[in-house]
Design a protein around this ligand. Structure first.
Ligand code: OAD
Length: 248
């Protein structure tokens, strides 16, 4: 049975290393829209016009303005019980790694210590010419695409469509996938590669794979357990059980 938690709790009793692979759904309850599904950003806007290097070169101000808008939304949000529960897992296991496709920084703000950001971080920017970093809050943002002192355009440090993921972050996520005992896949449609390889690697190398999502995804049939529900509700319940397991 895909929704019987007995085996999960047995695994969580002896597990030493836990991996959380997360996507936009974990931040949905903080008020940040997902990309796909009901109300998804890519239903209304075209990624090829916004999350794309050529689009940026063609119309830097428009792309910059879009990320400024996203930054404002993100700045006003805070971690929800899903992020906070993940951070609390650190009190019960030798290693808790978060490998996230999100750029919103909410895992760190919730207190997670090992966070691998596969798609970058919206608080960071860099010059496309000389590579100089411009990070908030020191960086004085404008509504038009700013320029570096060398004259180059400054872009958000986000992995756009067609770009490579940061190799060190991806390798570290692969290592965590290979080493973890339990891998939670939370709030992701798991359709964007190569990031979506991470949970499959965890499964292939022996981890118990648990999906937490409000609906079934392409990954559901491969998971050992599918927990249908909001991550901000499901994860705190699992954490409560972990507290009992670990103190008896
Ligand atoms: P998606 O928008 O593709 O998927 C979000 C998933 O979260 C869906 O499967 C929803 O069912 C689920 N979901 C929504 N609310 C939830 C909740 N409260 N609790 C649990 N699950 C919930 O987002 P990602 O999979 O993260 O890339 O998308 C991957 C990448 O595609 C993103 O990193 C982004 C995008 O283009 C870049 O910007 C580079």
């Amino acid at each position: 049975m895909k929704n019987d938690k007995t085996e999960l709790f047995e695994k969580l009793k002896t597990a030493k290393k836990i991996l959380f692979f997360t996507g936009a759904g974990i931040s949905a309850e903080s008020g940040i829209s997902t990309f796909r599904g009901a109300g998804g950003i890519w239903n209304k806007l075209k990624p090829e016009e916004l999350a794309n290097f050529n689009a940026f070169l063609k119309n830097p101000d428009m792309v910059w303005e879009w990320y400024q808008y996203r930054r404002k939304i993100i700045n006003e949000t805070k971690p929800n019980p899903g992020h906070i529960s993940i951070a609390e897992f650190q009190n019960y296991y030798d290693e808790v790694v978060v490998s996230t496709q999100n750029v919103d920084n909410l895992h760190r703000r919730a207190g997670s210590k090992i966070v691998y950001e596969l798609h970058g971080n919206i608080e960071r920017n860099y010059c496309i010419n000389c590579g100089k970093n411009y990070n908030s809050p020191d960086f004085n943002f404008t509504d038009k695409a700013p320029r570096c002192e060398c004259g180059g355009l400054i872009r958000p440090d986000i992995v756009w469509f067609g770009e490579y993921l940061p190799q060190d972050v991806f390798s570290a996520s692969e290592k965590a996938a290979e080493e973890c005992d339990v891998c939670f896949v939370v709030g992701t449609s798991a359709v964007v590669y190569p990031a979506a390889q991470i949970p499959m690697l965890a499964k292939r190398t022996g981890a118990y794979l648990v999906e937490v999502n409000i609906e079934e995804t392409e990954l559901t049939y491969r998971a050992d357990l599918s927990l249908i529900g909001k991550s901000g509700e499901v994860l705190p319940q699992i954490l409560e059980e972990v507290k009992k397991i670990k103190t008896t």
